[in-house]
Design a protein around this ligand. Structure first.
Ligand SMILES: [Ca+2]
Length: 558
């Protein structure tokens, strides 16, 4: 790697060049590692600060732009690994090229589903700590609270211009919307693809959902007219600017949402990304462009004129299409002349949607399990990072990285880590050493995996512990060696006890430290409010939905 040259001479100083006197507060497990590596890490940190300073100087003092592309429901092996094309029946040549030009994180862990992973990336904290550990599909009146500090807010303080386009899914209340969470400008759906790609008549006719379209049923016994889900009553896409109100766009009162509308909406977000790159590249500020496509999630074949993949599943076709869009985005970054000092990250947010595996074109080919599950198939994803000014192409690292680490690491790379709040627990550790010094220089060897609010498994090094039932002897809990049983299939005691006898108790100790640390930093509640606050042009059917929400809230407080 290019920077090994810079870092290869003897470290001159062992002092940590911390911009804030109070260090970032981490989980207990981190301090066991720090105790063993403090001097080495301090020396490395000092050198990395110098390296970052050198890179900034070479870029006229400007920290790197960041383009973060988070793809939905794509587990490990589904993108950017061309050797696997023959197994999947589709290819992603543009993402593979990005991998060739940058760094592949080969052991990236996320949370098992959309909202938690996105919250974890945005806040550097396990979603459970923020109270937003559940992916919602209908109106809920809650979301990411204003108290949380997002990566966008951190970068703002360093002078970044921040734009969010595409999926958001961090809550349906005003304080949760992207332009109230650190983005200067945002265009995003309030909810997620369930409303658009699954809860529409085309998807119901394709068998992807049920009891959605009113014309496919009669309603003789429906006393409670508000019970049946009415996806068209929910807000679709909004536009807003920092500190302002929002408007719902591209949807009229009484209109019925279709698959065609969804595809159009997605293409529009992609085109807006291209326009914004041109605009932002012209500006003086470094920028953070957060693009979270809703595709590849699609479960109908109606919009396919001619299949482009051997696989032919709607998800496979859609992944191939989105890969083409990523190619357009990378071309645009090149065209406007900012590629050298722009960090581009492409990754998945969790494993495949296994409920649709027989028809979608996806399945758990490598690791077992998928979306919503703590198994490796649910939380292992591909992640690629390109930054020509600093990273040599074709780099690969196998150290454990967690999605929360992006919060901390990107803050450091952007010279904004001094703005990370010190009054709360930050799970993300700074993985800059992995980026600058390569494989085996990571700063974590553990991950706690939650399903919703429930801790389900603990990863440490090559071992993984599935939490046993309360009161069970930890010796008999399933402990896996992920190299020998990568699919976590041998769950019965006769095959896991050889590891359980040595490691079961040690994993329980880890769990106690992790949960015990919550006495210092308790998990918080989400933000709660009336849905859709600050949206100027609610449709009458949406207002009806809000009225029902308000009525129920008052009913429950009587
Ligand atoms: Ca997802």
């Amino acid at each position: 790697m290019r920077n090994l040259v810079i870092l290869s001479f003897v470290f001159a100083s062992a002092s940590v060049a911390s911009a804030q006197e109070t260090p970032i507060q981490h989980d207990a497990e981190h301090y066991l590692l720090l105790e063993q590596h403090a001097d080495k890490w301090a020396a490395e940190d000092s050198k990395i600060s110098e390296t970052l300073e050198e890179i900034r100087t070479a870029q006229n003092g400007k920290p790197p732009n960041i383009v973060y592309i988070l793809l939905d429901d794509l587990g490990f092996g589904e993108i950017g690994m061309p050797d696997l094309d023959v197994i999947r029946g589709y290819s992603t040549p543009n993402i593979s090229e990005l991998a060739d030009e940058g760094l592949s994180f080969m052991r990236m862990y996320t949370e098992p589903t959309c909202t938690p992973t996105r919250v974890a990336m945005m806040t550097g904290r396990y979603a459970v700590r923020t109270g937003t550990s559940e992916a919602k599909s209908v109106v809920s009146g809650d979301g990411l609270s204003a108290w949380e500090t997002t990566i966008a807010e951190v970068l703002s303080q360093r002078g970044y211009e921040n734009v969010h386009l595409g999926k958001w899914h961090l809550g349906d209340i005003e304080e949760s919307f992207a332009f109230n969470q650190g983005f200067d400008y945002a265009e995003h759906p309030v909810h997620q693809q369930g409303q658009m790609a699954i809860m529409n008549a085309d998807a119901e006719l394709a068998g992807a959902s049920a009891a959605i379209a009113p014309h496919l049923r009669t309603d003789t016994y429906e006393l409670d007219a508000g019970f049946r889900v009415k996806p068209h009553s929910m807000v679709y896409g909004i536009i807003g600017e920092k500190g302002g109100t929002a408007r719902e766009v591209n949807f009229e009162p009484g209109e019925v949402f279709t698959q065609e509308h969804y595809m159009h909406m997605e293409e529009n977000y992609k085109n807006r990304v291209l326009e914004e790159i041109e605009r932002l590249a012209d500006g003086d500020k470094p920028f953070f462009l957060n693009y979270w496509p809703q595709l590849p999630i699609t479960l109908t074949l109606g919009n396919i004129d001619q299949a482009q993949t051997l696989n032919g599943g709607p998800m496979a076709e859609s992944i191939a299409m989105v890969d083409g869009w990523i190619g357009e985005i990378l071309d645009k970054i090149d065209q406007v002349g900012i590629a050298e000092n722009t960090i581009v990250i492409v990754m998945g947010d969790n494993g495949p949607f296994m409920q649709y595996r027989w028809r979608s074109g996806q399945n758990d080919r490598i690791y077992r399990g998928g979306k919503n599950q703590h198994l490796e198939g649910g939380v292992r994803v591909n992640a690629f990072m390109r930054w020509p000014a600093a990273i040599e192409g074709g780099s690969r690292v196998q150290d454990i990285v967690h999605v929360t680490d992006l919060f901390t690491t990107l803050s450091r790379l952007s010279d904004a880590d001094q703005y990370i709040p010190r009054d709360r627990l930050i799970d993300g550790v700074d993985q800059s050493p992995l980026i600058f010094m390569g494989d085996t220089n990571g700063r974590r060897d553990y991950v706690f995996v939650y399903e919703g609010p429930t801790l389900r498994s603990i990863v440490k090094q090559q071992f993984k512990f599935h939490l046993p039932e309360p009161g069970a002897n930890p010796i008999a809990a399933p402990v896996f060696d992920l190299y020998k049983d990568s699919r976590e299939e041998r769950v019965d005691t006769s095959q896991t006890i050889p590891l359980g006898v040595g490691y079961g108790g040690l994993f329980v100790d880890m769990m106690k430290r992790h949960l015990g640390w919550k006495m210092k930093y308790p998990d918080r509640e989400p933000g709660r409010d009336v849905p859709y606050g600050g949206i100027e042009n609610l449709r009458p059917e949406t207002q009806e939905l809000v009225n029902r929400f308000v009525f129920v809230r008052e009913l429950m407080s009587r």
